[in-house]
Design a protein around this ligand. Structure first.
Ligand code: ADP
Ligand code: F6P
Length: 520
């Protein structure tokens, strides 16, 4: 008889596992840390408590066998080549990602992408149902898995289900463009508690339920139609492992490496730094434009001032990302060609991933950190920068369109769309007296230290445990076999008007619908 698989009281479901399987040129299998803020945050949470992590191993084909790493049980979910294209690159990153980030680039709609998204979400729900112990807490992550809460509830009504959105939740006027808007909302309403980065995100979600589903809502609660269940949606902003990262940044070898980085750049008076996934949401082009103008106007220039831009490879087969990479690399080439000097390039551009130690050293080396997204759920890089500045040095330029700005008000705030304003802010961050910058850095560090990722996880799990409704025993169905075949939402029921008399039709004028390309 085969031994039953172990089950866990805490299960995380995220699109990616914390490590990616990489097959090297000589056929060796290597496991590398996965990109992105979700992994940074959840990894430190999971290392301190026993649990399982259900996710994709980052390559197409059969999933590796489940394995344990650093005390976390990793349970890989397979994705076929077509699913990587349709569910991951397509629906998650070419449909949802643009809609959830203010349609900075047009969103693309394809019915077969949606169908793949449903299939993969069902597979995740089945995998979670397999590893969750009776009465377990299941914490579903992010926009790639919005159908999992309801699918899982059908399979395992005994478990407590939470979902956290690492990215913004869009205003209803943008969300309403999605042909599958009702199914997405219904999918999420299977959870007991929904967590968001900002209050505005939670409010957008509640409003979408009211206006697009006709659901009854009261403050942060949505009543699920056809049951007495209530679902709470609230903001619990994510953070970083302050103590762990600060300890790393205080290590003598990391501090020595920071000095070495500066020396190898010719010991500039001002070292500016950008660290981002190469994503159009991050405002890298705007940042480079402001920098280029400051150089052209001779207000700053190499070798006294230089910029290091780390642009982490991301989603390279999605058109918008490919185009962005070309634009950025062309711009960097132009700036260096026109404004650099022999031995003193104006921009040091690095398209690599680095170990945590190197990132901490870079943060310590930088006098001005440029965080200029056009829209970002949180931006952990901003919090990591202040965490690493135990010397109280440095200055953080921070976009108002990040979740981080709502907590780090003392930073040098900028609107990245306003290039003239961004230039002034960069100059201010350079020229403000060191004493004032130290005072600012102290305040920023206090905020991150008091609201670190451990506190975030504890607050989230407490809110999930205290969510309005306990699982309904009368709704319990037989948990085996673990498969869900019924659609989430039978029929087109997504156009009812809101119970408070406010209908979508009355408010759609604010949408930026003209920017979206729609194909099916
Ligand atoms: P996102 O989740 O959109 O990528 P965040 O700023 O929230 O953005 O998180 C990015 C995370 O990835 C941070 O922990 C940051 O330190 C890390 N990171 C970014 N670029 C690199 C890189 N080139 N090498 C290693 N880690 C990186
Ligand atoms: O936080 C947003 C996010 O999309 C995460 O879901 C993900 O871990 C990260 O950015 C990186 O994106 P991807 O997993 O598509 O490489």
């Amino acid at each position: 008889m085969p031994t039953p698989r172990p089950t866990y009281d805490l299960v995380i479901a995220a699109n990616r596992l914390p490590v990616d399987k990489v097959v090297t040129d000589d056929g060796e299998v290597e496991w590398r840390r996965s990109p992105g803020g979700l992994v940074t945050a959840m990894e430190s949470v999971m290392r301190s408590q026993p649990g399982a992590w259900v996710g994709w191993a980052g390559d197409a084909g059969e999933a590796p066998e489940p394995f344990d790493e650093d005390g976390i049980h990793l349970h890989p979910v397979p994705l076929s080549t077509e699913e990587v294209r349709d569910y991951y690159e397509g629906f998650s990153n070419d449909t949802l990602w643009p809609i959830y980030h203010d349609v900075i680039v047009p969103a693309t709609f394809h019915r077969e992408w949606w169908s793949s998204y449903e299939t993969v979400n069902r597979r995740f729900a089945e995998a979670v149902a397999e590893v969750a112990a009776e009465g377990a807490t299941v914490w579903v992550q992010d926009y790639q898995l919005q159908l999992v809460p309801t699918l899982l509830r059908r399979l395992r009504p005994d478990v407590r289900i939470g979902w956290f959105n690492h990215i913004p939740f869009p205003p209803v006027e943008l969300f309403a463009q999605l042909p599958w808007r009702a199914q997405l909302l219904e999918g999420l309403l299977g959870a007991d508690f929904l967590g968001f980065q900002r209050q505005a995100d939670a409010r957008n979600f509640v409003r979408a339920c009211r206006q697009l589903l006709g659901a009854q809502t009261k403050r942060d609660r949505v009543t699920v139609e056809g049951s007495r269940r209530q679902v709470r949606a609230a903001a619990i902003p994510i953070s970083v492992d302050f103590r762990g990262l600060e300890e790393l940044a205080r290590r003598p070898d990391v501090m020595a490496r920071a000095r070495e980085i500066r020396a190898s750049l010719g010991d500039p008076e001002v070292l500016m730094l950008g660290v981002d996934r190469l994503d159009y949401t991050k405002g890298i082009r705007h940042r480079l434009k402001a920098y280029e103008e400051l150089l052209s106007e001779r207000r700053i220039g190499p070798p006294e001032v230089t910029l290091v831009q780390v642009a982490t490879p991301s989603r390279e087969r999605v058109d918008a990302y490919r185009i962005l990479r070309g634009e950025i690399e062309q711009t960097v080439g132009r700036i260096n060609g026109e404004l650099g000097k022999i031995g003193a390039p104006a921009v040091h551009y690095l398209h690599h991933s680095y170990p945590r130690e190197e990132m901490a050293a870079l943060f310590q080396a930088a006098d001005v950190m440029l965080v200029t997204p056009l829209r970002d759920g949180m931006n952990l890089v901003a919090k990591e920068y202040v965490t690493c500045r135990h010397d109280l040095g440095g200055a953080l330029v921070l976009s108002e369109f990040t979740g981080a700005w709502h907590e780090l008000h003392q930073a040098f705030a900028c609107n990245p769309h306003d290039i003239e304003g961004l230039k002034q802010t960069i100059l201010r961050a350079i020229n403000t007296p060191a004493k004032d910058k130290q005072r600012i850095m102290k305040a920023l560090r206090r905020r991150v230290s008091d609201h670190d990722v451990q506190r975030w996880a504890a607050r989230y799990l407490a809110a999930l445990a205290a969510a309005p409704e306990l699982p309904q025993p009368e709704a319990r169905n037989t948990p085996t076999p673990h498969s869900v075949e019924t659609p989430l939402m039978p029929g087109p029921s997504d156009s009812r008007s809101g119970s408070d008399g406010e209908s979508y039709g009355e408010s759609q004028g604010a949408a930026r619908g003209e920017a979206t390309g729609s194909r099916s």
